[in-house]
Design a binder for this molecule. Structure first.
Ligand code: COA
Length: 216
């Protein structure tokens, strides 16, 4: 397992660079990612041509029915999570050009309840790509299925990590993602920060378990 906090960064001059993220506040880490950059090794660039963010961006929409509700009459969180996983999986496979599996799903906050008759949209894109893994960001919005012009409610935001796998289920190399807009670049930098925290948390838990095992 590689535990580097490095990420890819498309600089304003159009060159693809590698950003090293150090731990700290989010704002400091974003600033650090923007300041502290090294040139990408030619061998890394040679692995595959990059794909622009827009190439794999996808949306899925569904009308919620009585089959989707809990006993309180609102839609199960799991129904929304399934939609999120489906659209994120489609994006990861389109970006990586083959199979990809969900490796992790970050904490997901539900901001508004979803009800029967809501048309729910899940918009997803690859925010960041490493060697074999990708972070996919998903935004979930809802509106009445039968009324036009009603502002869409923000239901949830989620970040998932997908790993591209070969026919034997082993991780395989993915193309770098090339952010195109300022928003894409912000998402890219923030995804690098989330990755640093995910891997650090995982390593801290493993170290704690090793210490417990050694003490018994
Ligand atoms: C995901 C899976 C392929 C990773 O395999 P692995 O042998 O642990 O792979 P590695 O340790 O080499 O990690 C591969 C990449 O995934 C990343 N990764 C793996 N687990 C991760 C996690 N929990 N969070 C964030 N990143 C993770 C690694 O950082 C690495 O990224 P990089 O290559 O871009 O640097 C494997 O754990 C698996 O098959 N899990 C089951 C997936 C599945 O079935 N999902 C559906 C659930 S029903």
């Amino acid at each position: 397992m590689r535990s580097s906090g490095a990420g890819w960064w498309l600089a304003m001059d159009g060159t693809l660079r590698r950003a090293r993220l150090r731990r700290g506040t989010h704002a400091a880490a974003v600033a650090d990612a923007r300041r502290s950059v090294d040139r990408v090794q030619p061998s890394e660039l040679a692995r595959q041509p990059g794909r622009p963010t827009s190439a794999a961006r996808t949306s899925l929409s569904r009308i919620m029915t009585a089959l989707d509700t809990n006993l309180l009459g609102t839609v199960h969180g799991g129904v929304v999570m399934k939609l999120v996983d489906e659209v994120a999986g489609a994006v990861a496979q389109r970006h990586s050009g083959g199979s990809a599996v969900t490796a992790s799903m970050d904490e997901m906050d539900f901001l508004e309840p979803v009800r029967v008759g809501d048309l729910v949209h899940a918009h997803a894109q690859v925010n960041w790509a490493g060697r074999t893994s990708m972070e996919v960001g998903v935004q979930v919005l809802s509106e009445p299925w039968n009324e036009a012009g009603v502002p869409r409610a923000r239901v949830a935001t989620a970040y998932l990590v997908f790993v591209a796998v070969d026919a034997d289920g082993r991780p395989r190399v993915v193309p770098p993602v090339l952010p195109e807009t300022e928003e894409d670049r912000r998402r890219f930098a923030e995804a690098g920060i989330r990755r640093t925290h995910r891997l650090a948390r995982r390593e801290a838990i493993r170290a704690s378990r090793r210490a417990d095992a050694a003490a018994t």
